[in-house]
Design a protein around this ligand. Structure first.
Ligand code: NAP
Ligand code: GDP
Length: 333
């Protein structure tokens, strides 16, 4: 039997890299969209690409861009993917206040372009859309589930809400197999360095090694439902294996403040974070979401999905990975 074929937009990102490993382990042929950058942006999947048993055999990278629907159309025709995982787009909430047009264009319009492509496919395609807890923004209830009304509080959240609703409309209107995964924050040693958990884990490791002396942050009372990215991509894959398409919340169901995360991270290296953390209003956002904590009961019931890693373990494993990175060990996989 032919191997299943998947196409991933955002394959070079945190989730794209973990999902690629999961799919390859399950016998898929994986195609990924890579955009041109002045420096190579493939560090998270380089170990796969350079593996002679994988690169060019079961893993293929293609230049393209979400904004270039002609090249995407050509790729769809050539690859004929059975599953599409759509992760690409500007993913930083804070930055979305500074570059709202680019964010909305990529996250909102970029998704619409893919949905239109999906309509034109002659063979059945299953589509996963990486929605976000930011669509809830300031919800009236906590925890949130798939039926909680969308009330975003950032340009990023607005764009994800637009894309999430479009996915629902295209599913209903055209009978397409489209799933929204409404994911709460998920982190890992591969998280981008300008997200707060990674900024903290790197700082704890660098301070412990005498290579940094302070950690400058914004609001410490901000709270998030933080999970572990490799576990979240398992749920995403399961979503596309069901008989019917649906929407799922992926979350741990626990909310922790930034101060608690910092405490757990610095405890890993035996340091008192209060001696190092400084405040800078530059990192305070015009609006913060409130009470974001997810109810993943539906994903548990229908997909058998359960997150295993709790916040303190997540902080510890991220700091340990950054220590290994600083000490010259191989990057954590
Ligand atoms: P990430 O690490 O920032 O990765 C984003 C990916 O999108 C990268 O591969 C990036 O390419 C690519 N990309 C950005 N703009 C593009 C464009 N115009 N054309 C083609 N590719 C483009 O994000 P992530 O953490 O893996 O998250 C994956 C998705 O889930 C994102 O849509 C994010 O918004 C969403 N999400 C994430 C979380 C979370 O906690 N991680 C929670 C909810 C939802 P480069 O490598 O070239 O930059
Ligand atoms: P987000 O939930 O996708 O916005 O993930 P981030 O990791 O970017 O931010 C999580 C929370 O940490 C937000 O409430 C930020 O306001 C707060 N925060 C405080 N200081 C910082 C900082 O220096 N960088 C970032 N990225 N966030 C910070």
């Amino acid at each position: 039997m032919a191997s299943p074929t998947a196409f991933i937009t955002g394959i070079t990102g945190q989730d794209g890299s973990y999902l690629t490993e999961l799919l390859l382990a399950r016998g898929y042929v994986v195609h990924g969209l890579v955009r041109r950058a002045s420096l190579f942006n493939r560090s998270r999947i380089e170990h796969l690409r350079l593996d002679p048993a994988i690169g060019g055999k079961t893993l293929f990278l293609h230049y393209g861009d979400l904004n270039d629907t002609t090249s995407l159309r050509r790729l769809f025709r050539r690859i004929r993917p059975g599953e599409v995982y759509h992760f690409a787009g500007q993913s930083h909430v804070g930055l979305s206040f500074e570059i709202p047009e680019a964010t909305c264009h990529e996250v909102g319009h970029g998704t619409l372009g893919l949905l239109e492509l999906l309509r034109d496919q002659e063979h059945p395609v299953r589509f996963y859309h990486a929605s976000s807890s930011e669509v809830f923004g300031a919800p009236a209830t906590a925890p949130q589930n798939e039926d909680t009304p969308l009330r975003p509080t950032s340009p990023y959240g607005c764009a994800k809400a637009f894309a999430t609703n479009l996915c629902r409309v295209y599913r209903e209107a055209y009978g397409l197999f489209i799933c929204n995964g409404i994911a709460y924050n998920h982190e890992s040693p591969r998280r981008g360095e300008n997200f707060v958990t990674r900024k903290i884990s790197l700082a704890a490791a660098r301070i412990a090694r005498g290579r940094q002396h302070e950690l400058v942050l914004g609001q410490l009372d901000a709270a998030r439902d933080w999970g572990y990215a490799p576990e979240f991509v398992e749920g995403m894959w399961h979503a596309l294996q069901r008989q019917e398409p649906d929407d799922y919340v992926f979350a741990t169901g626990e909310s922790h403040t930034l101060a608690e995360f910092i405490d757990a991270a610095f405890a890993t290296v035996g340091l008192d974070w209060r001696r190092y953390v400084q405040f800078d209003a530059r990192y305070v956002r015009p609006i913060e979401p409130v009470r974001l904590v997810g109810d993943a009961a539906k994903a548990h019931r229908l997909l058998g999905w359960t997150p295993r890693t709790k916040m303190a373990d997540l902080a510890r494993l991220m700091v340990q990975a950054d220590l290994a990175l600083l000490d010259g060990a191989e990057p954590a996989r």
